[in-house]
Ligand binder design. Structure first.
Ligand code: NIG
Ligand code: FE
Length: 413
């Protein structure tokens, strides 16, 4: 029994008196219903939220925890990360801050170091980053491969990923490695053939860095081949789209039924129309945990911060009715933060999202991007993934940037 919760953000519209599902524009993070219960309490066991309600009607329980008036929000769902790698690229970051442009070229530096590392070392290093995320309130993390780029090394990364999270993504199509630069088609054949065969047993998802303007990433046709092969192998789809310039990634993601299109730094009007049109009509009546038909737009504002790029137009997406997620993209190149609260603060300060929209996107939005209905909210029946804030309100996530107020409590012994 958890008591003394000053503000409990459930994301359940039933806890938002006077509001109705159909107040929410179709499939959107706009005016999200945070479902706030003041002076609430909850009963959880190791796997499930069993009861939520006012503290004065709380049932008996064999263990009690009092939070002394702190706020509780759903644990953050970080739906985009690359935490399995070796080495770091601090000097590349330093050069960027001095004016160098980010074009993904540094990825091969990480590939060299990652190929040289064994699976246990990668699990250990990834596990440290996961623990760092948890200390900042994150309870679900998607993990991509993509720094191996041989059958052996990608399979090693996928095994490591599946040791750390159920949300595992095969990203053999991260870049074309140097040894294939004169024969890109042969690399696409490898990724869509034997490398996919070796990695699919450990993968829930597949992803591709679709960026025709970046010499080592994949164009529209190559990306389509990668995604279609992955879908045939039974994997769900995600796309790195529009990070460095406009491209075909969003249209491809919509056409092929991707769960998420990520980055979305550069979108055309047509991209926004496609994303908005892909959301199921009547989605407003769905509970927040239920996935929409069209892709979520996953924004990664830590990347724009760490590459000095313009921020994506979150307002336009949200106002068009596109569900938006926020994730860290934690990786050694374009953004080495593990902090969802930092990304929430950026979303509010730099992308014009309200604190409520940013929190929704970091929880329900991330869950939708992973097509998960058991996380990202705190309804009865959800996973008991709590994030406790050393603060009276969720607004402090953006109001107190850089202050470690979010954490995941150890509730069960
Ligand atoms: O999401 N864009 C491609 N991949 C990563 C960056 C990888 C790196 O620079 O190491 C991203 O930004
Ligand atoms: Fe990424």
């Amino acid at each position: 029994l958890v008591t003394g919760i000053g503000e409990l953000v459930t994301m359940d519209p039933a806890h938002a008196p006077g509001t109705r599902y159909d107040d929410v524009p179709t499939g959107s993070a706009h005016r999200p219903h945070l479902g706030i219960l003041e002076h609430g309490a909850m009963v959880v066991d190791a796997d499930t939220v069993l009861w939520i309600g006012p503290q004065d009607s709380a049932p008996e329980a064999d263990q009690r925890v009092d939070l002394g008036g702190r706020a509780v929000v759903p644990g953050f769902v970080d739906s985009h990360s690359h935490i399995l790698f070796a080495g770091d690229r601090a000097r590349e970051f330093e050069a960027r801050m001095a004016g160098e442009r980010y074009d993904g070229g540094g990825i091969t530096t990480t590939v060299d170091a990652t190929r040289a590392a064994d699976q246990d070392t990668l699990v250990q290093h990834g596990g440290r980053l996961l623990a760092e995320m948890r200390r900042q309130g994150t309870t679900t993390v998607e993990i991509k491969s993509g720094y191996g780029l041989t059958i052996h090394d990608e399979a090693k990364l996928m095994r490591a990923a599946s040791a750390l999270s159920p949300e595992t993504t095969f990203l053999g199509a991260h870049v074309v490695p140097p040894e294939f630069r004169t024969d890109r088609a042969a690399y696409v054949d490898l990724v869509t053939g034997p490398m996919l065969d070796a990695c699919a047993p450990y993968a829930r998802w597949a992803d591709v860095f679709c960026e025709p303007g970046a010499p080592t990433a994949f164009d529209g046709d190559e990306s389509r081949a990668v995604l279609e092969a992955a879908a045939r192998a039974g994997l769900g789809l995600r796309v790195h789209a529009g990070q460095l310039g406009p491209g075909p990634g969003v249209a491809l993601g919509v056409e092929l039924g991707a769960a998420s299109v990520d980055h979305c730094t550069y979108l055309t009007d047509e991209d926004i129309d496609l994303l908005a049109g892909a959301q199921r009509s009547g989605d407003a009546e769905l509970p927040p945990g239920k996935p929409p038909a069209g892709p979520v737009a996953t924004l990664l504002p830590g990347v724009e911060f760490s590459t000095r790029s313009p921020y994506p137009d979150a307002r336009r997406l949200i106002d068009a009715g596109v569900p938006v997620a926020i994730a860290t993209d934690c990786n050694p190149g374009s953004c080495y933060t593990s902090s969802m609260p930092f990304c929430i603060a950026l979303a509010v300060r730099e992308m014009g999202m309200t604190p409520a929209e940013a929190l929704w996107s970091a929880t329900v939005g991330g869950a939708r991007a992973l097509r998960r209905s058991d996380v990202g909210h705190l309804w009865v029946g959800a996973r008991p993934d709590l994030c406790v804030l050393d603060a009276p309100s969720y607004r402090h996530l953006a109001y107190r940037p850089g202050v470690p107020i979010a954490s995941v409590p150890a509730l069960t012994s």
